[in-house]
Write a protein that binds this ligand. Structure first.
Ligand code: SAM
Length: 328
């Protein structure tokens, strides 16, 4: 895929209907030979639209008007390039807990959560956040995560979590203002509600920080998993991570995680983590697939704002009835 194709695809598949500003910017970049030539001097992983737009935001540049964006990016290219070379897309979206919760709530607790590609670890607190599945509220406090759910009934309880750990190539720290500035820059321009959510979730994490370990999701997962308490159900999970991992390493990761005790929850792009058969994707743009132990269960929107369940009901996802104490 050329860089121009990459920007067109981002505009059509990810930004359309979600961020008009990034749709405009991405379309404009896809037609801009001068900017594309600059971007193409970078390694492929650094050419990602989201990364370029976030870097310009971080530097204080304009990201809603394509002409102003272009002028800024070209005039400040040395600074833009320097940031692109040292940064990666590490968007930490606690809203994704809303699509993980139906599965987590159905597993036998208490849970030991291990997130790979955890960024700052904000998805390690599904038991602390409040939720609104349409007209069905669950829990109290902040943030409140809204999710439009169809195909099954919303969860009625939150899981008990006794251990939370994250593994990341570059863990971010919500108590470090520089890391929070980067997390904020990664949020798309129109998404004030996500900025609020980041602030509220960061306060939850800062009050009881998770164990965050620097490492690779293949090489370092077994050692971190071995630190989980034995009397809890280990749940290894990941959301929007494997697109950053080369295909052979994705295979190696799946091998490692299948060899661990407990359960494996994946919430990933189906072009990246493939399944033999999936129902038709709902309309409305990009969707991930939520899967438990390799079995696909639901389509989910990128920031956790909606899910369309198509698998077995959540209460039956664990393998035996004895493993489902919270279900009737
Ligand atoms: C797009 S972010 C998603 C963060 C979080 N899972 C979420 O959904 O909010 C992807 C994260 O995966 C991490 N990552 C990428 N490749 C990795 C690897 N091989 N091992 C561990 N972490 C990795 C990145 O550093 C980044 O923090």
């Amino acid at each position: 895929m050329t860089t121009a194709d990459r920007y067109t695809t981002f505009a059509e598949r990810e930004a359309r209907g979600v961020s008009p500003a990034y749709e405009r910017l991405s379309e404009a970049v896809s037609r801009d030979d001068e900017l594309l030539a600059r971007i193409d001097t970078l390694p492929p992983a650094k050419r990602q639209p989201n990364l370029l737009f976030a870097v310009v935001r971080l530097l204080g540049g304009p990201v809603t008007d394509p002409v102003a964006f272009r002028g800024y990016a070209l005039a400040n290219w040395p600074a833009v390039e320097a940031e692109l070379r040292v940064r990666a897309t590490q968007t930490n979206e606690p809203g994704r807990c809303a699509v993980l919760l139906p599965v987590l709530a159905a597993l036998p607790g208490p849970l030991a959560l291990l997130e790979v590609g955890a960024s700052a670890g904000l998805n390690l607190y599904p038991d602390r956040y409040a939720y609104r599945y349409g007209d069905h509220p669950l829990g109290t406090g902040e943030p409140v995560l809204d999710c439009a759910m169809s195909g099954t009934t919303p969860p009625t309880r939150r899981p008990e979590v006794v251990w939370r750990a994250g593994l990341d190539l570059n863990p971010l720290d919500v108590t470090d203002p520089a890391d929070v500035a980067w997390l904020d820059a990664l949020i798309w321009p129109e998404h004030g509600h996500r900025r609020e959510r980041l602030r509220a979730a960061s306060a939850v994490a800062a009050a009881d920080p998770p164990l965050l370990v620097r490492g690779d999701l293949v090489d370092d997962l077994p050692a971190l998993a071995a630190r989980a308490p034995r009397d809890a159900t280990l749940v290894v999970f990941h959301t929007s991570v494997l697109y950053q991992v080369p295909p052979p390493r994705r295979e190696a990761f799946a091998e490692v995680v299948r060899g661990l005790p407990g359960h494996w929850i994946a919430n990933e792009d189906p072009d990246v983590l493939r399944y033999p058969a999936l129902p038709e994707q709902p309309p409305g743009g990009f969707h991930n697939v939520l899967a438990l132990d390799g079995k696909p269960l639901a389509w989910t929107r990128g920031h956790g704002q909606a899910m369309t369940w198509f698998g077995s009901p959540p209460c039956t996802v664990a393998s035996t009835r004895a493993e489902r104490p919270g279900c009737t």
